[in-house]
Structure formats: structure tokens, C-alpha cells
Design a protein around this ligand. Structure first.
Ligand code: AN7
Length: 376
């Protein structure tokens, strides 16, 4: 009889060695480590990371089918970042640099996502976070995050534009560092979204559709596409297609909007900080900045969840709403990437209010009643 050799006993020491060794060289180490050569960091920068970035580029066949003519559509699902939005890309940079500089407190104005992200990264760095938000216009999930991460949340009777004025002045007069996208490190981090798209597709897409609020992200993506091409990582640059909500579309209208309105509270901005820079990116790329109505946004929001299985927040759906609005102008066979900037769970109220689906409530608690509702 041949006995199979019993496995050698594994000592605890060996097991621990295995755990500590980096057995998976593909393990994601966050965007600063991954794209370090493209970012203004040095060996002495303390990297504050929640392993953000590396978000999926998901094919969107149902949206592509609405356009047809061989057009391919992908969703850059940045709602899968650690705090549920693209802001984490910028915040890992802004907070790492703030920590490097020895800053003790950061401040931001926010429609919600920046505050959640700033709060998380600041607390991880041991820095105090102050966030100024428009009272009553921040989605539930974002407020929940800022509070639990331990930020000082200050809700003011004014819109985002007023919040931004206050934090700008505050950071000029008090020892607090501004981490809105006026902080140049924010856009440096956010540009890595473009790198990831090129790394995934093998080259730049033809079009990038992106929601526009304070207009930082469209500039960051454009910078990323330009830099990656200059370094020989892509052969071309995409057309940047920016979309504002119709009730909050100062760039499209050509003047600031005093009382911006939209269901997409994340992009409820009347006087974007990066206005001119966004126009420059749009023009240099041969793209457009257009407005989408709340109805178009909500329709795209429902298509994304109901047909693609991808849950984003309303502001993010503006990118897909815009693509569908101008679908007849997409070149045949083009590759289009829509940036889904925030997770749908950020705004559960919007989902419940605007779903065309309803709960079968008040059903008796017996098998027969449940089966009847199920159509059996
Ligand atoms: C989901 O959180 O400005 O054009 O304070 O949360 O770079 O402003 C959020 C913006 C798009 C617009 N999608 O980006 C804030 C904030 C989502 C967002 C935008 C935001 P920008």
C-alpha cells in the first residue's frame, strides 16, 4: 500500500511570512503608487490612500443599441471608489500633500461628494475636516458619510457658489487648507481616470461624456489624456463632451446662474470655478458642452440601472443623458466612454422617488398571497 505523503506541517512563522510577502504582484496599491511618475509626489510625501482608483470600465450594450451604427459604449464606474465618487482620486493627492506640508485642518465647499471624500481622507491622515454645504441640498448618503467620518459639517443658508466663496476666503484668512478643485493637487489626482481608460482600452476613446458642475473633472480628464499621449501611451485624444443640468447650465448659457436648480444636486452649480479652463478643454478637444434636462437625466438614470445593472447617482447619469441627446452625431464605429462619477447609493431618495417600479406593499403573510402577487 502506498501512502500519499502528508503535507508538511506549516509553521505559524511560515504562514505569517506568506501573508506579509506580496504574493500577488497585481494587487492594486492605490493611484498614487500606480501613477507615481505622473504625479507631483516625492519619496517624502506621506501617501494617504484608501486604495482608490482602478475602477471598472463596463461595456454598456443597451445604451450602445440605442445609438447603433457600430458605436461602442463603456461606463467608467467611478462610483466604486472608496467613498463612492471620483472625488477620492483628487483627495488622495490633496490630503497627502496637505499632510506633507504639515497642515492641521482642511476645508471644502461641497454639494456632497467632496465633503464625504475630504472627511474620509482627512481623518485617515489625522487632519481635521470642515465642510460647508448648502442646507437642504445634499443627498442623504453623502451627509451620512461626512458625519460618520467625523467632519465638522456646517450647513449654510446659501447655494454651493456661496459656500465656495466662503471657503476661499476662509482659507486665505485662517489656518485651513482648501481642498476644493481650486487646489491643484485635486486635478492631478483626478487625471488618473484618463490613464486608466487608456490602460484598459489600449488607446484613447473617440468621445468622453462627462457631467459638468464646478467643471474641475472635465479639465482633469483632458489633462490626463494629453499627458498620457505626450508620454507615448496613446495615439490620440478624445473629444470632451461635457453636460450640465439645464437648470444649472451657466457655461451653456454664457452667464452665471443666480439660483441654479436641478434634481442632480451634485452639479447644482451656478458659477463654476473652472469655467474658462473647461471651455479651453472642450475647444482644444473639438468637443462640446451642452445642457440636459432633468427628465433626460432621470431617463438615463433608469436605463443605467434597469437595463445595464449599473446604479449611479442622478448627476452621473447626465453623461449618458447627454450621449443619448446627441446620439445622431456620434461617428460610426466610435468608442465612447461615459464617466459615472458617483454611486447610486449616495442618493437613495432620488432612486425611490423616480423609479418607475413600486413596492408591492400590504401583502398578506401567507404563501398563497405572495404567489398571487408574483403572478403564479
Ligand atoms: C457625482 O461634491 O462639486 O464638474 O462638491 O459629485 O468637477 O464639479 C461634486 C461634483 C459630477 C461635477 N458628478 O464635477 C462636490 C462637487 C458628481 C459630483 C460632479 C460632481 P465637477
Amino acid at each position: 500500500m502506498v501512502l500519499s505523503p502528508s503535507p508538511a506541517p506549516v509553521s505559524l512563522a511560515n504562514r505569517d511570512a506568506g501573508r506579509n510577502s506580496n504574493r500577488n504582484p497585481l494587487r492594486w496599491r492605490g493611484l498614487i503608487e500606480t501613477y507615481r511618475d505622473f504625479l507631483p509626489v516625492s519619496d517624502s510625501t506621506p501617501v494617504v490612500t484608501l486604495l482608490e482608483g482602478n475602477t471598472p470600465l463596463i461595456p454598456a450594450p443597451a445604451i450602445a443599441a440605442r445609438i447603433s451604427r457600430g458605436v461602442k459604449v463603456f461606463l467608467k464606474y467611478d462610483g466604486l471608489n472608496p467613498t463612492g465618487s471620483f472625488k477620492d482620486r483628487g483627495m488622495t493627492m490633496a490630503i497627502s500633500k496637505a499632510k506633507e506640508a504639515g497642515d492641521k485642518a482642511v476645508i471644502c465647499a461641497s454639494t456632497g461628494n467632496t465633503s464625504a471624500s475630504a472627511a474620509a481622507y482627512a481623518r485617515r491622515a489625522g487632519i481635521k475636516a470642515f465642510v460647508i454645504v448648502p442646507d437642504g441640498y445634499v443627498a442623504l448618503g453623502k451627509m451620512a458619510q461626512a458625519l460618520l467620518y467625523g467632519a465638522e459639517v456646517i450647513a449654510i443658508d446659501g447655494n454651493f457658489d456661496r459656500c465656495l466663496e466662503i471657503v476661499r476666503e476662509m482659507s486665505e484668512n485662517y489656518p485651513v487648507t482648501l481642498v476644493n478643485s481650486l487646489n491643484p493637487y485635486r486635478l492631478q489626482g483626478q487625471k488618473t481616470g484618463a490613464f486608466e481608460i487608456i490602460d484598459d482600452l489600449g488607446d484613447a476613446p473617440d468621445w468622453v461624456c462627462i457631467p459638468v458642475g464646478n467643471a474641475g473633472n472635465i479639465c482633469a480628464y483632458w489633462m490626463g489624456f494629453c499627458e498620457y499621449q505626450e508620454q507615448g501611451n496613446s495615439t490620440r485624444r478624445p473629444q470632451m463632451m461635457g453636460f450640465q443640468a439645464a437648470g444649472s447650465a451657466p457655461i451653456v448659457m454664457g452667464h452665471p446662474i443666480a439660483s441654479p436648480q436641478t434634481i442632480a444636486t451634485a452639479i447644482r452649480v451656478g458659477n463654476p470655478a473652472s469655467w474658462q479652463k473647461a471651455i479651453a478643454a472642450q475647444q482644444a478637444s473639438g468637443g462640446e458642452i451642452k445642457a440636459v434636462t432633468d427628465e433626460e437625466i432621470l431617463e438615463a438614470y433608469r436605463i443605467l440601472a434597469g437595463e445595464e445593472g449599473v446604479f449611479c447617482e442622478p448627476a452621473s447619469a447626465a453623461s449618458v443623458a447627454g450621449l443619448l441627446q446627441v446620439k445622431h452625431t456620434v461617428p460610426e464605429g466610435a468608442t465612447v466612454v461615459c464617466i459615472l462619477t458617483g454611486n447610486g447609493l449616495k442618493d437613495p431618495d432620488a432612486a425611490i422617488e423616480h423609479s418607475h417600479n413600486a413596492i408591492h406593499s400590504g401583502v398578506n403573510s401567507d404563501l398563497e398571497s405572495v404567489a398571487k402577487v408574483m403572478g403564479f
